[in-house]
Structure formats: structure tokens, C-alpha cells
Ligand binder design. Structure first.
Ligand code: AMP
Ligand code: MG
Length: 440
């Protein structure tokens, strides 16, 4: 893992670039500047997370803390990839009849050696007998009793249809580095190498603090002017998907005292809190009290705004805590689409680094836009959209913007699976243009 040095709170260049220092003045970055700053911060994380041992069956989405090594040559024996006849390619190519000297199917110990002028019946996955250098496919040979010969129109190359012992990996070779996020293919490889358990990084604990006087719990009936708190479960799900362990705090009222109490609880709370997500209260309104509260607890701000929509009031920084490396925090704008987009773009990158993932960050792709999009320049925009990667009749993936009513539109968010990106300089996007999309 390339973890060169620790990022100490306040060291960030961008924190000084626009507004002098992180003194409380707004540090408003372009989307690209903010993304670069967050990526650089993530790359600088020096502290290796603590580790634990987990069963193979629980490895999904966990991050390897030890190298995965081949316990033996892979394949462990020269393996036939076809049903057919093992032989010497040079002899088979002469078109002579070869006498069958034996037969091996998958699971049998290697047979042989192969006598001169002979062939050996073999099944897919079986060990090729010593002396044979190729396997002629069943469909490519004539068989007469206990003799076979290659069809006249066919040729056979040495090595054909055989994977040599150790060709995929030599015993002891490192097949996966620490920092690899485990998915189905990596779990299969661990199984192939006899790893019944693996050492993985502990998931960093991420405190989720939702703020707002208007928020009520999921099981409550909202009174006049109230809404249910949907960001708490949404962010918890996003944190889990990005490799963290969510710790959902009770929602805080829009008062300085309530925010102070909540922040004190986080900073002196259960060990292992490396990240804090605060939702709401970061705009410029009278009840947007989150930034001053963070400041009262010693926060250093890397930026306090991004020229993007949704998500302009996004705040990123670090808080000193009982944890030696402090707590990275994001102040996410409370609108559900804003919270979702800013977490995907920035929060997941920071969390991935804290989780020990070698690669973490937003996933972008390209797709053809089904209809024109009207936007004004000045902000990078992320518009909820539906990505169709399997359009009727084949062809390039398409993306269709979802009709929405701004960044509070949860239904539009739930009906989308990506966001169309419009660059800061773009004056709208044309129908049928290939455009960048952020995958949800
Ligand atoms: P704020 O960022 O606090 O100004 O909130 C912006 C908008 O998002 C307001 O309409 C809030 O009611 C809404 N909002 C804030 N927090 C949440 C939440 N946890 N769940 C759903 N909506 C929220
Ligand atoms: Mg609010």
C-alpha cells in the first residue's frame, strides 16, 4: 500500500489556496480541485487499520490485510482444457494412427508416461500424462477401435489445449496484495489456495449525525412542516457499501447546544470512529449551525464549498479526537440527492482509504445521451439519470435523464442508477452526445 505520510489536519494546500488559511472564510473549489484534494488526502493516509480474521464465507466486500499467496503451483498439474487425446503434436501432425495407451479423467492421478507412437484418452480437467505435449480435441480426430489419428485437415501445436503446471501461478507467488477489496472472484481464488479464513482490516466506524428540527423518526407520523429522516438510513447503507461500519446517532436539533452535545459524544465516543458524516445545516441559512459547531471542536477545514450542483455547500475537514489520527468529517448538504452525490464523489473515497482499500473512488463511465440537457455554465452538475447498459438491438450504453424536482426529490433519486455529469464550462449537453456519467 502506498501510504507515504500522514495527513495532518490543516496541512492541505487547498485549505490555503483561495481563502488564505482555514480561518473560517469560505474555501470554494471547483469540482476537479475538490476531487483532487480528496484523492491526495486519501493517498496520504499512513495508519494501517487494525486487523481481524474472518471466515471465507464472510469475505465479501472486506479488505485483505495480508497477501493472498498460491499455496501450490496453479494448476498443480498439466491440465487438459478439452475432452480428447493427449499426444505428441509432432507425431499427430504426421497423420499416423496412434495406439491408445491409457485413459485419465478429472480427479484421477496423472497417468503415463506416454509411449512413443501412442495417444492417451483424456477428459477436461484431467492431468496430461508425462511425455504428451498437446491434446487433440475429440471432435478433430478419427477413432478406429483402440487407435486414433488427427483428421487430415487439422493441425496441432505443441502446448495446444494444455495448461502447463504452474502457468497460472507458482507456489508462493503473491496473487492478491493487501488492500484488495474482496468480491466473488477474489473469494474463489482464496478458496482455490486453501484459505479457509483471511486476515482483513477492521471496518472503520463512521458516525452519522443528521441535523434538522424538521426531522422525525421513520416510525413517526410527521406533523405540520415535518419530514421523516431519510438521510440516516441512506447514509448508513452507503457507508456499509463503501466498507465502513455505520454508527447512526440520534438526530440533532438545529441549536448550538444540541450540535455541541452530539459532537462531544462522537469525539469521546466508542473507539474506532475515524469518520463523521454530518447531514444538513451547512448552507448559509440562519439555522445552519454545523460549521461553527465543528469549529468550536477544533476543526480544520480543507474546503467549505464546491462549485457543483447538487452539493455546493459541502464541507470537508478533520477534527482532533481521542483517535491518534483524528476524525475526518464531511458536512453534507441535507437534501437527499445532495447527500447521496457528495458521499459518492468524496465520502466514499475517504472511507475507502480509511478502510485500507488500495483503490477507492467514484466510478465514472461513458454513455450516449438520449435527449438534450439544458444547464448553465458555472457549476459541475450531477443530474439523476437512468443508465441502460443493454439497449434494445445492442450498441452503446445509453443514459436518460430522470425528470426531477431538484435535489430534494427522493423519488427521482430512487428511480435513477447514475448521474449525468455536465462540466462547469458546458452550456447544456446535446442529444446523442457521449457523456460522462457517475455510477450510483
Ligand atoms: P439543510 O441542508 O439542513 O439546509 O437541508 C436542506 C433540505 O434537506 C431541507 O429541505 C431539509 O428538510 C432536507 N433534509 C435535511 N436533512 C434531511 C434528512 N436527514 N432526511 C431528509 N431530508 C433532509
Ligand atoms: Mg437543516
Amino acid at each position: 500500500m502506498s501510504k507515504a505520510g500522514k495527513s495532518k489536519a490543516g496541512k492541505s494546500n487547498a485549505g490555503k489556496s483561495k481563502a488564505g488559511k482555514s480561518t473560517g472564510k469560505e474555501v470554494l473549489l471547483s469540482f476537479e480541485e475538490a476531487a483532487a484534494l480528496v484523492a491526495a488526502w486519501a493517498a496520504e493516509q499512513a495508519a494501517e487499520p487494525a486487523t481481524e480474521r474472518v471466515e471465507l464465507t464472510s469475505l465479501q466486500a472486506r479488505v485483505l490485510a495480508e497477501p493472498l499467496k498460491a499455496d501450490a503451483d496453479q494448476p498443480p498439474f498439466a491440465r487438459s482444457t478439452r475432452d480428447g487425446y493427449a499426444c505428441r503434436a509432432a507425431q499427430a501432425n504426421k497423420g499416423a494412427w496412434l495406439k491408445l495407451a491409457g485413459s485419465t479423467h478429472a480427479g484421477q492421478s496423472p497417468g503415463g508416461p506416454l509411449p512413443a507412437g501412442a495417444a492417451w484418452e483424456i477428459m477436461t480437467g484431467a492431468a496430461v500424462p508425462k511425455g504428451a505435449d498437446a491434446v487433440a480435441m475429440l471432435e478433430h480426430v478419427e477413432r478406429a477401435g483402440e487407435r486414433v489419428r488427427l483428421e487430415k485437415s487439422r493441425g496441432l501445436e505443441a502446448g495446444e489445449n494444455v495448461v502447463a503446471r504452474g502457468a497460472q501461478a507458482r507456489a508462493g507467488a503473491v496473487l492478491l496484495e493487501p488492500g484488495t477489496a474482496m468480491g466473488a472472484a477474489q473469494i474463489a481464488l482464496a478458496a482455490a489456495c486453501g484459505m479457509g479464513t483471511a486476515q482483513v482490516y477492521r471496518r472503520p466506524r463512521v458516525a452519522i449525525l443528521t441535523t434538522g428540527d424538521e426531522l422525525v423518526a421513520v416510525d413517526a407520523k410527521p406533523g405540520p412542516g415535518q419530514i421523516r429522516n431519510s438521510n440516516a438510513p441512506m447514509l448508513a447503507a452507503m457507508v456499509r457499501a463503501a466498507g465502513g461500519e455505520p454508527w447512526v446517532l440520534p438526530r440533532a436539533a438545529d441549536t448550538a447546544a444540541a450540535l455541541d452535545r452530539a459532537l462531544e459524544g462522537v469525539l469521546a465516543g466508542p473507539a474506532g470512529v475515524r469518520m463523521l458524516l454530518v447531514s444538513g445545516g451547512v448552507s448559509a441559512g440562519k439555522f445552519d449551525l454545523v460549521e461553527p459547531a465543528l469549529k468550536r471542536h477544533g476543526a480544520k477545514f480543507h474546503f467549505t464549498g464546491v462549485r457543483m450542483q447538487p452539493g455546493r455547500p459541502l464541507v470537508f475537514g478533520e477534527l482532533p479526537s481521542e483517535e491518534p489520527d483524528g476524525v475526518a468529517f464531511f458536512g453534507l448538504p441535507g437534501n437527499p440527492v445532495s447527500s447521496a452525490v457528495t458521499f459518492l464523489l468524496f465520502g466514499a473515497t475517504v472511507l475507502g482509504a480509511l478502510a485500507g482499500r488500495r483503490e477507492a473512488g467514484p466510478r465514472f463511465a461513458m454513455a450516449r445521451l438520449t435527449e438534450a440537457v439544458k444547464t448553465k455554465p458555472g457549476l459541475t452538475r450531477f443530474l439523476p439519470a437512468l443508465w441502460n447498459w443493454n439497449p434494445a438491438g445492442g450498441g452503446e450504453p445509453e443514459v436518460k435523464p430522470v425528470h426531477w424536482h431538484g435535489s430534494g426529490d427522493q423519488a427521482a433519486l430512487a428511480r435513477s442508477n447514475c448521474f449525468v455529469v455536465t462540466p462547469e464550462t458546458a452550456d447544456g449537453l446535446k442529444a446523442a452526445a457521449m457523456v460522462r456519467i457517475l455510477l450510483a
